[in-house]
Design a binder for this molecule. Structure first.
Ligand code: T1G
Length: 697
């Protein structure tokens, strides 16, 4: 037996126990241990039934993702799984935590399944650019039918144990000791004379249904929703084999399709996104034993959209939070905004009214700083003006208890200057949330020059507690994400002066996989925001750093985006659907003329280079200045905060995949054609000339 899988016999029951922290992933040792244990149990005449149980926080959570891309080692999971299913003695999987991917495939190859009520089961492989490769696409349809199997496999989302019970994925909900529950269930099987029940042999859930129509509908849905993704269509083809081919041939077809996904560039990008999201929380120069301060209560200064969104992040995880506003009227408005925000989730069915009311009891409106004297953490979310920040932090310094963490949600102002408004700069940190704060997962944790190690560690820990993707960043204008998006937005507007239309630029970037094009994004957030940053920059930037004039012209024409019903697109009343703005061509023509530019046809590829390479060049500077620890941290920020497609890996991963010499050469050409903004980052030049990647740093 391997040391990660043990076999013991309790009476007539063989107990196979997996113990492979942290998530019992199906690395080679686990696969060997499972195969040997089930074979030994099968051969032992005293064994009448087999129980599979896992130690630690979860049942098997899937194949070992670290093995992908490496030469496969036998036994492969399909072989292990088929061996388990072929067993003549009834086998019971006892599920707790999350039985995901290969974990659920192992459980489904067992003849019966029981689970804790708190458990979840799912096949998330599609989120890694893969498909269930150990029988999931053949056995799950036999358990739940093609329609539900398609939903689970193409979405990759897990279901609760209760839903799994309803669907027939599990046979019983249990509680208490997992092994005891498994043995009790197995003994009852023996007493009832119930033997092996092989999922692969079932067809009752497939018969008499127009499964082909279900597949066709799913294909059309996926083509519309995620045209650029490689694996969802192959997931569908694999499920199609579950009712068009016998099991063995279906399993073979599944392996072929799995192989196509395994070698796709999207799989390596998505696996990169998975691991680097977890890597981002590790701060290289923070001692591992840095203590974390207890955060049992919070406060937010400012009850605007951001402040309310931030406050709800705390209430959502059970942390009592105060919202401080300047007057009773403003405080009442903020409390109303909290309720309204929750009501939207209740209306959507993603939150029960009871849960909403419970969370609202955790939110308290106050108007006096003295009421904050007991809180452990304060997040300032007031107007982006240094004078206002100064007043807030001086008041916090006066009223908050020693050891309270004072955070600013500022998106661009100098955190070090803010810290100096207090006598405790070591307790000041930036927590940069992204709007809507209670929805967006990204949290930039801004480390000031004087931020204490335990304050930084606490900020990262509270980020995880709030279910955010917390990424540490240094202090500069715009930190990482906004500093990069500024370059991307500026270049996209220059393209309009050179001949493109908003729809063409947005279309090219949507096709690349961006969640939203830059102009639809500008219309959503409001053109005035970008304009105020431009105005500030015009006062500080050297003359050679030219800025586009489109925003100024549109603002002058009263076109500020969705809020005025007209921006880069027009919007019918009550609709957010962008329609072409007939007044825009004249504005673009005038801007081109004013700049002496002959408008020309631009290709999608050129549009991608001018916008995405601007991100990459700035990312290289950010890396060089130490504002981000790693190139992958920049990828994590851009995927989770700016809609960069995870299946492209992030801007820096994407640059590495293109080859830095190619990116560098194109940026040198843009530097010649378009001047100062395009000066290549020295780090990019160095790596390109050395034939290296950002990932090599
Ligand atoms: N392989 C290797 N390492 C994994 C892993 C996996 N499957 N899942 C998690 N880890 C590591 C993770 O990198 C982190 O490491 C630590 O475990 C804790 O993870 C054949 C081909 C299970 C819900 O996609 O969704 O099966 O940073 O921080 O928040 O058909 O991990 O500590 O060094 O996320 O409690 C399918 C992926 C694989 C599940 C737990 N399975 N994992 O969340 O902890 S493909 C998945 C998760 C497959 C088969 C196919 C989550 C979790 P470190 P964590 P968590």
């Amino acid at each position: 037996m391997s040391d990660v899988v043990t076999l013991e016999r309790q009476g007539a029951i063989a107990v196979v126990r997996v113990n492979n922290p942290p998530v019992n992933a199906l690395g080679i040792a686990v696969r060997e241990g499972l195969q040997d244990s089930f074979k030994a149990a099968e051969a032992d005449p005293q064994v009448k039934a087999i129980v599979l149980v896992c130690e630690g926080s979860t049942f098997i959570a899937g194949a070992d993702i670290k093995e992908f891309g490496k030469p496969p080692k036998s036994p492969g999971l399909p072989e292990v799984v088929s061996g388990i299913e072929a067993g003549s003695k009834p086998s019971v999987a006892v599920i707790h935590g999350t039985a995901l991917g290969g974990g659920l495939e192992v459980a489904v190859s067992c003849h019966y399944r029981i689970a804790l009520k708190s458990a979840k089961v799912g096949l998330p492989e599609v989120k890694l650019g893969l498909l269930p490769g150990a029988g999931g696409t053949q056995r799950l349809p036999r358990l739940v039918g093609v329609e539900k199997a398609l939903d689970m496999i193409v979405s990759g989302n897990p279901i609760s144990a209760s839903e799994a019970l309803e669907l027939g994925v599990i046979d019983e909900l249990v509680d208490g000791d997992l092994t005891a529950a498994g043995i009790a269930f197995a003994e009852k099987l023996i007493a009832d004379g119930k033997g092996a029940r092989r999922t692969g042999e079932r067809t009752d859930k497939l018969d008499g249904i127009d499964n082909a129509a279900l597949v066709a509908a799913k294909r059309a849905e996926v083509e519309k929703k995620t045209p650029g993704l490689f694996s969802p269509q192959r997931c569908i083809s694999a499920v199609e084999a579950s009712f068009t081919l016998p099991l063995e041939e279906g399993l073979k077809r599944e392996r072929e399709l799995f192989g196509e996904c395994l070698v796709s560039p999207q799989r390596s990008a998505l696996v990169h996104a998975f691991f680097t999201e977890r890597l981002a929380s590790k701060i290289d120069d923070l001692p591992k034993d840095t203590p974390v301060r207890e955060i049992n209560s919070a406060a937010v200064i400012g009850g605007g959209t951001m402040g309310v969104g931030i406050a709800l992040c705390f209430a959502n995880v059970g942390i009592p939070v105060k919202i401080l506003e300047v007057s009773d009227e403003a405080m009442d408005k903020a409390m109303e905004r909290c309720r309204d925000t929750y009501m939207m989730s209740v209306k959507r069915g993603s939150l029960t009214e009871d849960a909403m009311n419970k969370r609202l009891t955790l939110v308290e409106g106050v108007t006096d700083y003295a009421d904050l004297s007991g809180v452990d953490l304060v997040v300032e979310a007031v107007f982006e003006e240094m004078g206002v920040k100064q007043k807030v932090f001086e008041a916090l310094d006066t009223h908050c208890k020693p050891g309270a963490i004072l955070a600013s949600n500022t998106s661009s102002l100098d955190l070090n200057q803010i810290a100096e408004f207090t006598k405790r700069p070591q307790d000041v940190v930036g927590l940069h949330f992204f709007s809507p704060a209670n929805v967006m997962r990204l949290l930039e944790v801004v480390r000031g020059e004087k931020t204490a190690n335990d304050v930084l560690a606490t900020a990262m820990a509270i980020g995880k507690k709030l279910k955010k993707v917390a990424v540490p960043v240094g202090v500069c204008d715009g930190f990482v994400g906004n500093r990069m998006v500024f370059q991307y937005g500026r270049e996209s507007e220059f393209l309009l002066e050179e001949g493109a239309t908003p729809a063409q630029v947005d279309g090219a970037l949507r096709k690349f996989g961006m969640a939203m094009g830059p102009f639809a994004m500008r219309d959503l957030s409001g053109l005035d925001i970008g304009l105020s940053i431009r105005t500030r920059q015009r006062q500080t930037l050297p003359a050679e750093f030219k800025l586009p004039t489109i925003l100024d012209k549109m603002a002058a024409a009263g076109m500020l985006g969705q809020k005025t019903g007209k921006g880069f697109y027009v919007y019918e009343k009550g609709s957010r659907t962008p329609l072409n703005n007939p007044e825009l061509p004249a504005i673009l023509e005038a801007a081109s003329k004013e700049q002496g530019i002959e408008r020309r046809e631009l290709t999608d590829e050129y549009i991608l280079e001018r916008t995405l390479f601007a991100l990459i060049n700035e990312g290289a500077k950010i890396l060089e200045e130490g504002i981000a620890q790693r190139s992958s941290d920049i990828d994590v920020i851009y995927i989770n905060g700016y809609g960069f497609p995870a299946h492209q890996g992030g801007p820096m991963f994407y640059a590495d995949s293109l080859g830095l010499d190619h990116v560098y050469n194109r940026i040198c050409e843009f530097h010649k054609q378009h001047g100062a903004w395009w000066k290549p980052a020295p780090l990019l030049e160095k790596l390109a000339k050395e034939g290296r990647k950002f990932a090599d740093l």
